[in-house]
Design a protein around this ligand. Structure first.
Ligand code: FDA
Ligand code: NAD
Length: 426
């Protein structure tokens, strides 16, 4: 026996929260919508976990960052879901899905059926074990994906004041956690295999700016190598890390951010997959008409790339969620999603935004010595990507707008001369 709903959202992260808000805006009836989540709390703004949550003074704590506060919308608390007649099945993992029968089986043995399923299962952190290193379960090795991880990280950090942290990975988690560790008075060494940080997005010149800033704060970088093993004490705590180049670094704690793996497992063999995620069309609809996918787990067509991509960022989770609900509730009025990729980060007092695609030739502008600078990417004669550090709301809006319009650029030197002025004038 079990329960039946018209709409079921599987997963209770960022995309689920924004989808729920959109459902209510479009008039979902009480009792029609259910959210099933392995997490014990209602959806929250995951980005807070590597920023405000880790501050030593006045850290952010729930309920202050439930969705949808990140988009200046109301905060959806458990009371809000109750008032809107949305059923919450929290702390409950779905262990199998039968898309032919339109049912989900939970780990507690309940069968939940749907007419329309929205998959919002996000992703899990990749583990060191997947790269041949054992020791992830040591008490002072931390990952960061959910609230449990964040609580654990805070506890470990508090026990390591003045000690040494090794940060494995030079991506978003590595950079944001390194900054937070330092603010918590912990010495930080970052280790990653690439030649510079944020290799998926930054050019060497942009990366150098941030690395130099981190170095000025006391962070050490060890690049072009990877972790091969840990040293443990008799209690199983990590005491040092061994690197491939032979170096050994003492460690009181380790933070690992080496990428993610989308949670597609329940649907393998039932849905078409692409780019490691669930392939959907511009309406976020999968190869099964009754099943949609949103957020980190969805691979959707992105016009500026001219192909299907999976994006691992909060803005695409929010917008894909809203679009899927629009397509479900008002199909005749909803066209294909035309999404402009948007990524951002905030560390120390720095803050950058990026829009579009980082393909083609790069034109830099502004002053790299005083925290206000930017870059444009020009591909096949058109502006396709924009990056800016230290901007105002209006300046960020201007680079977003200019990138969306993809203006023709025939003189790179002139674009460099105009700098931010080019975007402001578009
Ligand atoms: P999300 O991971 O948020 O949610 C997935 C949900 O599904 C979870 O609740 C999970 O428990 C649940 N679930 C999975 N399998 C299940 C199952 N079988 N049964 C039941 N439930 C299941 N982006 C950005 O643009 N700017 C930023 O500053 C940051 N900062 C940031 C910090 C940290 C620490 C992280 C981990 C990530 C970010 N991100 C970010 C990325 C951003 O948070 C991410 O893109 C969104 O959370 C994706 O939203 P989803 O809803 O797709 O997945
Ligand atoms: P990432 O993909 O940003 O970075 C992964 C990093 O892992 C790479 O830069 C590389 O340096 C490193 N790496 C890969 N293999 C390695 C190995 N064997 N040994 C050591 N290092 C290795 O992923 P992440 O930093 O783990 O972030 C996880 C997810 O959270 C991503 O989806 C990211 O977009 C998201 N996130 C986003 C933000 C943001 O947008 N501001 C902030 C935090 C997290």
């Amino acid at each position: 026996m079990g329960r039946a709903f018209v709409y079921v959202i599987l997963g209770g992260g960022v995309a689920a929260g924004y989808a729920a808000l959109e459902f209510t805006k479009r008039g979902v009836a009480h009792g029609e919508l259910c959210i099933i989540s392995e997490e014990p709390v209602v959806p929250y703004e995951r980005p807070a976990l590597s920023k405000g949550f880790l501050l030593p003074e006045a850290p952010s704590r729930l309920p202050s960052f439930h969705t949808c506060v990140g988009a200046n919308e109301e905060s959806l608390t458990p009371k809000w879901y109750k008032e809107h007649g949305i059923e919450l099945v929290l702390g409950t993992r779905v262990k199998s899905a039968d898309l032919r029968r339109k049912t989900l089986l939970t780990a507690t043995g309940e069968t939940i059926s749907y007419k329309i399923l929205i998959i919002a299962t996000g992703a899990r952190s990749l583990k060191l074990e997947e790269f041949g290193v054992t020791g992830s379960d040591a008490e002072n090795v931390c990952y960061l994906r959910d609230l449990d991880d964040a609580n654990r990280l805070v506890k470990v950090m508090q026990s390591c004041s003045g000690g040494n942290a090794i940060v494995i990975g030079g991506g978003y988690i590595g950079m944001e956690c390194a900054a937070s560790l330092l603010i918590n008075k912990i010495n930080v060494t970052m280790v990653f295999p690439e030649a510079h940080c944020m290799a998926r997005l930054f050019t060497p010149k942009i990366a150098t700016y941030y690395e130099d800033y981190y170095i000025s704060k006391g962070v050490k970088f060890i690049k072009g190598t990877v972790l091969t093993s840990f040293e443990f004490d008799s209690n199983g705590k990590v005491t040092a890390v061994n690197l491939k180049d032979g170096e050994q670094l003492p460690a009181d704690m380790v933070v690992v951010g080496i990428g993610i793996c989308p949670n597609t497992g329940l649907f393998e063999g039932q849905l078409t997959l692409d780019k490691g995620g669930i392939k959907v069309n511009g309406l976020l609809q999968s190869s099964n008409n009754s099943v949609y996918a949103i957020g980190d787990v969805a691979a959707f067509p992105v016009k500026i790339f001219g192909e299907t991509r999976r994006l691992e960022h909060v803005d695409s989770a929010r917008k894909s969620a809203r679009h899927a609900v629009a397509a479900i509730m008002e199909p005749s009025k909803t066209g294909e999603l035309d999404y402009l990729p948007f990524f951002y980060s905030r560390v120390f007092t720095l803050s950058w935004q990026f829009y579009g695609d980082n393909a083609g030739e790069v034109v830099y502008y502004g002053d790299f010595s005083n925290s206000t600078f930017g870059a444009y990417w020009v591909n096949k004669g058109h502006l396709v990507g924009s990056f800016f550090e230290g901007g105002t709301k209006e300046e960020y809006e201007a680079i977003a707008k200019a990138t969306r319009l993809k203006p023709a650029i025939d003189d790179l030197a002139e674009l460099e001369r105009q700098g931010l002025g080019f975007a402001l004038a578009v």
